[in-house]
Design a protein around this ligand. Structure first.
Ligand code: THU
Length: 160
């Protein structure tokens, strides 16, 4: 038996102000998307902005439902929209931000497991990394270089 270590690098920015202009603008679009969230059950609003290789940006927000599992996270709303409307166009980067009606979210919001899996599908398909910018409502911003970093040992089509 050998033990292996899986690790990855993450960039930590003090705030949105510290980001390069392009990343800052992407996050600002995610904030605008977040403000359109439909989250009457959790009061937790999430926005995502997806930058495509052709420069197009598409956004999404979480959409909840009285039958809870029928709702969808912001990331998948945005990424599936991109896949449906721009098939074959690579995804370069996704900015994600979360805010709650009940408290100030100061910790970067990381995508849930289902969203990581959904984003991973596109990353594997396009054979190019999808970077992530993660933010709460304010405070630090984290930048990951690839979804594979935060979903190690991913299940992919290679197994099928
Ligand atoms: N949510 C997202 O939109 N993205 C995530 O990655 C985590 C959770 C949403 C789903 C639900 O509408 C609310 O946040 C509370 O879980």
């Amino acid at each position: 038996m050998i033990k292996q270590n899986i690790s990855f690098d993450i960039s930590v920015y003090d705030s949105i102000e510290e980001l390069w202009l392009g990343d800052k603008e992407l996050m600002q679009l995610a904030i605008l998307a977040r403000e359109k969230a439909y989250a009457p059950y959790s009061s937790f609003n999430v926005g995502a902005a997806v930058l495509l290789e052709n420069g197009k940006i598409v956004t999404g927000s979480n959409q909840e439902n009285a039958a809870y599992p029928s709702g969808l996270c912001a990331e998948r709303v945005a990424v599936f929209y991109a896949g449906a409307n721009y098939p074959g166009i690579k995804i370069e980067k996704i900015a994600i931000t979360a805010a709650s009606i009940n408290y100030v979210v100061e910790k970067p919001a990381a995508p849930c497991g289902n969203c990581r899996q959904a984003i991973s599908e596109y990353e594997v398909k396009q054979k190019a990394p999808i970077a992530l910018l993660l933010m709460g409502e304010k405070g630090k911003v984290l930048k990951c270089d690839a979804i594979a970093d935060i979903l190690p040992l991913a299940f992919t089509s290679n197994y099928l």
